[in-house]
Design a protein around this ligand. Sequence first.
Ligand code: ZN
Ligand code: ZN
Ligand code: FE
Length: 750
Amino acid sequence: MKLGLQGFVRNDSGGVTVEVQGTSQRTKEFLQAFQEQLPPLASIDSLVTSELECLDESEFSILRSSVSHSESTPVAPDVAMCEECRRELNDTNDRRYRYPFVNCTDCGPRFTIIEDIPYDRPMTTMKSFTMCESCQREYDDPSDRRFHAQPNACPDCGPGIWFVTKQSDAKKFGSMEVGKHTRDSADAAIKEFATAIRNSDVVAVKGIGGFHLACDAKSLSAIAKLRERKGKVEKPLAVMIKSAEAAEAFAYMSAAQRRVLESKERPIVLLRKRNSSEHQAMLQCVAPGNDCIGVMLPYSPLHTLLVDACMPLVMTSGNLSDEPIVRTNAEARERLKELADSFLFHDREINVVCDDSVVRCVGNRILPIRRSRGYSPMPVALATTGPSVLAVGGEIKSAFCVTKGNYAYMSQHIGDVGNLETVDALTRNVEHFLKLFRIDVEAVVADLHPEYLSSRWAQQFAAKRGVPFVRVQHHFAHALSLIGEQRWSDDRNAIMCCFDGTGYGTDQAIWGGEILIANSQEYERFAHLDYFPLPGGDACITHPSRTALALLRRYQIPWDDRLSSISTLTEIEKRVLRKQIDSGFHCASSSSMGRLFDAVASLIGIRHSVSYEAQAAMEMEAMASEVIEDVQSSYEFTMKPAKAIQIGCQSLLESIVRDVSAGVEKRVVAARFHRAVANMICSVCSHARDSRKLNTVGLTGGVFQNALLARLAECRLRAEGFDVLSHTIVPPNDGGLALGQAIAARTTIR
Ligand code: ZN
Ligand code: ZN
Ligand code: FE
């Protein structure tokens, strides 16, 4: 319109079509301006232009969206409130002053409210609200910043909030009458919320991607109550706080961390705790034994109002442990009744649940830990195109992936697919993705593990659809997830260090300390940690001391009672364990790096049993970080050449036992161990470089959530002249696995 052109624009399920007609000068100007003046949320993936015959047209119009049944178009993730909307929220003269659902074309919910494409209001959960005259005027006016803002709403016509206690009249749990909520009723609800929080109550709050359980971060009794009810005995929680400045009172923040904290994705960012006496108790209580605390800023207007009323808040996902996060008011009333004292509801339906994302920073690089709200379902652009496949990931921290063309759509965090509720969530979300992105699955892929519920689900799904079912080895999938997101060349090999806790190997052992030489078609197991027994298999995950003893026994290192790993067990327990290890009864064979970290943490005396996976390793990382700059390491892994190089721990463990017995500080031993692992990575990679002429190293697998190890390994490798691939888009843990599985399957079935 500005350039006086005629033609039309139309949203369709394959993207956007614009036809303009005018002088060639003007149309050129249009094409340039179109690319240079994009609104904040727009991005151009590809632009195709062609010249057409002129038509008899007198104006420029916006045409109704058209849907095709084969083409797909990306769906935007949910975006944090923009600055303009924040200004309105705080402006006493604005008609949306303190309205909890302010949004505009540049911000607001998307993925969680979209039922189908194209993205128009009738295809969202906002369809039940009819816009008032003022809102409609904004929506229809191309010059308004709410032009075609699908969730557009105001206190007169949009959703509202209300507060109820558990004792409240059951009727109040349902939806509220539209138009009945006013600024006063919303303010009253927020006031009641604040009072409840001050009374150390746990409040279930409906947000963007589901319910949270909120409590006062400064009330130790409230946090204790929340933990007890949730059964999260020691797991770190996250806090939501007004601003980055406010967070700096209790956490250190680099420029990179601040940028991601304030980004439109607004993930939980893991920040190093600042030791101040004022916040000591809160930090210890929110994230015990951890040197980091998860911090997020409010991302919706509702959260902004809540945090303004009583900051900071502990915010944890509203679910029973291991179950999917709660979505509807009715579900919350049922499933959260034992967990929450009261509820803050709203009546904008959530169509898809989406947990908060979690990231940490390694230097300036963002390391995703959980990719969910704000990121999903932005597609990962792959280097090549291929068939459409569905990959279901592993068992824990599950997320699935569907591909179409050169796009891989990674789902939000689904959770641990170990119970029926999560399997239901998997089914529902897979169906939603297939519909949303118009995908006809040509193959289904799962992990090699025969017992995974997700693998069985995938097999059935493939059978129902009559398409091939493929299994991919766990660590090869890790390698491919990194190769895929970093668009490493398809046919060239890279040295992939895949370190994690558990992955089913082709020889039925539990792998996890794997150095593979891989490309998108195939892999070779170049080196791995030498096998050691895991007495009781998965029982070792919760009892690092068992792994420690098994490792010592494996290398014929005496069980010395001066080590707390040993003295923590009774004589009978030791006798039983020794017998079990020696006979191999119920012992899995393992090359798991995650278990080695656990075992060393136990030997050092940091922790002999844990309440969540990798707890011991996380605490060890925290200790090592304190002194790493002043510590060098003489600890050594050994390397035995064989078909695959066997990385032995004899000398390493002997050195650790010697240091621990000699009373060397825990954190020093921990730091030496971290350096030793980084050194080992570097020497195995040098070996691969010499023998195979390869120069690119990838670091993947859950162990690389350890930012200290990641940083040490990257530094060493770069100093030796290697190119290093690290995750920046999907997590190195099993949350990124599906991407690698999908890439493998596309090659297999092609
Ligand atoms: Zn906005
Ligand atoms: Zn309105
Ligand atoms: Fe894994």
